[in-house]
Every structure is written in C-alpha cells, then in structure tokens.
Design a protein around this ligand. Structure first.
Ligand SMILES: Nc1ncnc2c1ncn2[C@@H]1O[C@H](COP(=O)(O)OP(=O)(O)OP(=O)(O)O)[C@@H](O)[C@H]1O
Ligand SMILES: [Mg+2]
Length: 222
C-alpha cells in the first residue's frame, strides 16, 4: 500500500519557487494498477520520484508498505527501494559503457550474491522483456526501444512488489508498446502494485487498469 498525505514539492527555479506538487493525497492499494495522466510539467515524474524516495517532499508524508519513506535517511530508503520497488525511468539512466546484462545486474550488487545467481536472475528478467539476445551488447549501441527494454528488465530483476513506470512507452513503437503493456498486465496478475505515469492513450482503455487519475499543475483532479 502506498499512502500520500498532503504532499507538496517546491523547486527553486532561479529566484522563483516552482510548486511542482500541491497537497497531493492519494492511496494506492496493494495489487492495484493506477495510471497517472497529465500534461508535460504537471508533476508526474516528481510524484514517482517522491514515492521511490529519490527525493524528499517539501511537506506532507509518504508511506510505502507501512514505512514512511519520506522520513527515512538515504541508506534506508535505498534499501526499501531495492527490496520493494522497481523504477522504470523516463530517461532510462542506464550506464552507457556497460553491457545490457551488467546494467540489469547493477541493482543486485549490494546483495553480495554469487555471479552465477546474479546472471541467472538477470537472464530471467531480460527474457521476460524480450531483450536477452542483446545481453552482451554495450547499451550505448542499442536502439532507444532496446534500451527501454533493458531498463524495464533492470526494474524487474529484484522481483519488486511495486513498479513505478515513468512514460514506459515513450521510446517504443506501437507493437513494442503493446508487448510492454502485456508484460505489465502479467505483473498486475501476479499481484504487483503498478503506478504508471503516461500520456500514451494506449493506457487509457485497458481492462486491467483499476483507476486513471489526472494531475494538472501539481494538483490531483478528482
Ligand atoms: N529538479 C528540478 N528543479 C527545478 N524544477 C523542477 C525540477 N524537477 C521538476 N521541476 C519542475 O516541476 C514541474 C513538474 O515537473 P515533472 O518533471 O514532475 O513533470 P512531468 O509531469 O513529469 O512532465 P513530463 O510529462 O514532461 O515528463 C515542472 O514545472 C518542472 O519544471
Ligand atoms: Mg515526466
């Protein structure tokens, strides 16, 4: 369960304060699939980063599976992220000079597992995303769509109970987008909680999506 209570986030833009999120309150139940839509600059990426504990709210609280991630010191929020959350970033944030396989393994490194086990887990996630055949390639040689699939495999490699996806189809053509949606649907059926920020209309009429919420200028529209 993810619970946000009156979350505000301000950024300094030069001398001005930009209000990216204004008193956002939201509850997402375990196993729910929620689509977050809103135009560019409405605050979608900010909301996802806050839930992942990648940044702190200016005010308000956020709890993830009973832990208040908004108040945890960085090392603890990193651990919570590693255990529970898979994040598919809008800009993939892959390490360009590493291979696809090495990128997928990266989140598991702190767990000190034998290389054989790491590779096995990565292989399963990569097969799930249809990118296992590019395992040895350096990611900066891959196409945008292929990089996206590596990024998705990396988000799945720790078997997360929550997936936060930021514009997951932004770099995919329609066929690949539909494949990605099918993988998300399979995750939903296996009990994973999904929060997907997108303006891709493909997401607006999916039977497995429980709720579509809209955000406008940092405010939730009910
Ligand atoms: N690090 C930052 N510093 C300053 N302003 C920021 C920062 N991150 C986001 N903002 C501002 O916060 C607002 C919300 O940004 P955000 O990236 O959350 O929007 P978004 O809905 O994800 O947009 P898009 O659909 O284009 O990805 C924007 O006005 C943006 O300029
Ligand atoms: Mg964004």
């Amino acid at each position: 369960m993810i619970v946000l209570h009156e979350v505000c986030k301000q950024f300094m833009q030069g001398d001005e304060e930009a209000h990216a999120l204004k008193k956002v309150s939201l509850e997402i139940k375990k196993g729910e699939c929620v689509v977050l839509k809103g135009s560019s600059g409405s605050g979608k990426s900010t909301l996802l980063s806050l839930i992942a504990g990648l940044m702190q709210p200016s005010s308000g609280t956020i709890s993830v599976e009973g832990k208040e991630i908004s108040k945890l010191p960085e090392s603890f929020s990193a651990q919570l992220r590693r255990e529970k959350i898979g994040f598919i970033f809008q800009k993939f944030h892959l390490i360009p000079y590493l291979s696809a396989l090495e990128n997928v393994i990266a989140p598991l490194i702190p767990e000190n597992l034998p290389v054989r086990i790491l590779e096995e887990k990565a292989k399963i996630a990569m097969e799930q995303c249809g990118i296992a055949h590019k395992a040895k390639m350096r990611v900066n040689r891959l196409s945008g769509g292929e990089q996206q699939r590596v990024a998705i495999a990396r988000a799945l490699v720790n078997n997360p109970s929550i997936i936060l996806a930021d514009e997951p189809t932004a770099n995919l053509d329609e066929t690949l987008s539909r494949e990605l949606i099918a993988s998300l649907e399979a995750l939903k059926h296996s009990g994973v909680t999904l929060l997907i920020a997108t303006h891709d209309p493909l997401f607006f009429e999916l039977p497995f999506v429980d709720r579509i919420i809209e955000i406008k200028n940092g405010e939730m529209i009910l």
